[in-house]
Write a protein that binds this ligand. Sequence first.
Ligand code: 4NP
Length: 152
Amino acid sequence: MPTKILMVCLGNICRSPLAEGILQSKLPKDKFIVDSAGTGGWHAGEKPDKRSIEIAKNRGLNITNQRARQFKVSDFDTFDYIYVMDMSNYKNVLALSQNDNHKQKVKLILNELFPNENVEVPDPYYGGQDGFEQVYDMLDKACDVIVEKLKK
Ligand code: 4NP
């Protein structure tokens, strides 16, 4: 059975599509499934934000096949690890959890890089392309740590 990892943000069009694409590119496809979702459903069915597509393309990743979807309670059972981008996502996801097993799966992604510091991946939606570049770099570093852990 492949290990399954879910990346979660608010809209599932800016941050978590990048996190999905980055982590997927670093792991063997036969052993790992990486997906993403948003705690909100407003953008369900949409492609990632143009600015996420652009930064990914500049770094050699094609994320245009992704489509946004809303996080659902069954994701707690489907996925082994659930990485959220910020504390708001964390609270919203935990509010849907039904037991301790669910809760234990949810982690703030930058705590992989900066343990226990609760650093957030800022929402780049209302800013410019530079915000997306910063988000990409943070996620890339965090995903390197996640890969090292998953391969052990
Ligand atoms: P994301 O960014 O959570 O990184 O996908 C956002 C995308 C859309 C909205 C907010 C954040 N929105 O309010 O529509």
